[in-house]
Design a protein around this ligand. Structure first.
Ligand SMILES: C[S@@+](CC[C@H](N)C(=O)[O-])C[C@H]1O[C@@H](n2cnc3c(N)ncnc32)[C@H](O)[C@@H]1O
Length: 309
């Protein structure tokens, strides 16, 4: 793959594959002029225009999102995760999707993420892959059983996330539960035993230089604006070939209410254009995913610059 142009085309991603991943999770679909959709957009816009409440989880009372506040938020969230409940959950979110408004099961968004990551892996052919900020492990567990030829591992800030992911990897019922959820089914349940799951922070990744072919993040950098530069340096340091990020880059939230919302809630503010300064050369970028109303996220594939490999 040449690094001289940024493509929006990821081989294997097309309308049919995206629909197969996401449509089963869509609960309601609206024309953009539908008064119910217009009312929902107005409701979210109202929320976005107000400052966060002083006790907003994930932020200090001064509105700072730092490693401590983020750790506190997710330590609690990931301490009690039941896989069946997560996969069957009907908790829904509102998305813009293919020129429509939709209310869809939140877990359906992950299926689109897994489609993109699986196709990126097909394309780039890494032998080893880690996720930084893996939460309770939904991405790693699902990709590992589908792509057993790849060595998967991850780094997560919270001890509860690491413990939960390890527990689910060791639980004999996990492959059955993943069977319908994983887009490509379960090819090898024993891959779960080979997951290398560690606690650590993205700004000091406990791995040697160039130790994995691909590093990926999914809505994790969004939490790391206060450690933005050290984190990007670390991703570029441990990756031998590629860094893949599904994150709300600035180009997609450059101005207006989305920019203001990101600023108020202290989310990720780096631009794709910032990546080369960290030795990461963007080769692909796309926003063809369901988009939340608060901010837009897309996938960027960056190649580790030649001099650093
Ligand atoms: C929105 S969740 C996303 C989890 C997972 N990537 C997913 O797609 O389900 C953000 C995750 O990033 C983790 N995180 C935040 N800051 C981190 C840091 N400095 N180092 C490692 N992980 C971090 C949080 O603990 C949380 O698990």
């Amino acid at each position: 793959m040449s690094a001289s142009t940024v493509t929006s085309h990821i081989p294997g991603i097309n309308d049919e594959a995206l629909a197969r991943a996401f449509e089963p999770y869509v609960l309601e679909s609206f024309d953009l002029q539908d008064p119910r959709w217009v009312a929902r957009v107005a409701h979210v816009a109202g929320k976005m225009s107000r400052p966060p409440k002083p006790a907003h989880k994930g932020l200090t009372s001064d509105g700072i999102r730092n490693v401590e506040t983020v750790g506190d938020l997710y330590r609690e969230l990931w301490s009690d995760v039941n896989l069946a409940d997560q996969l069957q959950s009907t908790r829904s979110l509102w998305f813009e999707w293919c020129g429509r408004g939709v209310r869809a099961r939140a877990i359906g968004y992950k299926r689109v993420v897994h489609l993109y990551l699986a196709q990126a892996i097909e394309w780039l052919k890494p032998e080893s892959v880690i996720e930084v900020g893996f939460g309770w492990g939904v991405n790693l567990l699902t990709l590992a059983v589908q792509l057993p030829q790849v060595r998967f591992g991850g780094i997560e800030l919270t001890d509860s996330g690491v413990q939960t992911a390890r527990r689910l990897a060791a639980d004999g019922t996990t492959p059955d539960l993943l069977m319908d959820f994983a887009l490509d089914g379960v090819h090898d349940a024993s891959a779960l035993n080979r997951l290398d799951l560690r606690q650590g922070s993205a700004d000091a990744i406990p791995l040697p230089d160039k130790s994995v072919d691909m590093v990926f993040t999914v809505l994790a950098l969004e939490q790391m604006d206060r450690i933005r530069e050290s984190t990007l340096r670390e991703l570029a340091r441990v990756a031998r070939r590629h860094v893949v990020m599904i994150e709300p880059f600035r180009e997609w939230n450059a101005d207006g209410p989305r920019r203001e919302f990101i600023r108020r809630y202290d989310y990720w503010s780096a631009a794709i254009a910032d990546l080369p300064a960290f030795g990461l050369v963007p080769v692909a970028a796309t926003t063809a995913l369901p988009q939340k109303l608060t901010f837009h996220a897309g996938m960027v594939i960056a190649e580790v610059a030649a001099g650093r490999r």
